[in-house]
Design a protein around this ligand. Sequence first.
Ligand SMILES: C[S@@+](CC[C@H](N)C(=O)[O-])C[C@H]1O[C@@H](n2cnc3c(N)ncnc32)[C@H](O)[C@@H]1O
Length: 117
Amino acid sequence: MREMNDGKQMQDVWTLPAIAPWEKKQGKHPTQKPLSVLSRIILASTKPNDWILDPFTGSSTTGIAANLFGRRFLGIDIEKEYLEISKKRKLEIENINIKNLYNSKILESISKRKLEI
Ligand SMILES: C[S@@+](CC[C@H](N)C(=O)[O-])C[C@H]1O[C@@H](n2cnc3c(N)ncnc32)[C@H](O)[C@@H]1O
């Protein structure tokens, strides 16, 4: 966290960009969260290959952030429609060029320094 914040203690109020249009390309969830927020939380609190569970996964922003940064993910939702969006988002990042592009966009928005991840 310190490394992401120019060597200084990370504050407990974060200002990060709102969801960008590219995050909603696979469909819209009414309370979708920004990938930047979930990515920062995951990088701060988990290690590569860890499992992350989101039992209210919606469009699976947590899962996409997890997979973009080398974590494993299990998501559950009561609404099939949201699981379909989740599947599309997962398939999208199986393209390595898209995955790399999204990784760099997110890292640019969550860190003041270039991180080694
Ligand atoms: C706040 S949204 C999650 C949004 C998600 N973080 C995202 O970025 O897309 C909560 C989700 O919980 C789901 N949900 C509500 N009750 C549920 C239940 N009993 N079991 C599983 N999922 C449930 C809703 O369908 C909704 O998609």
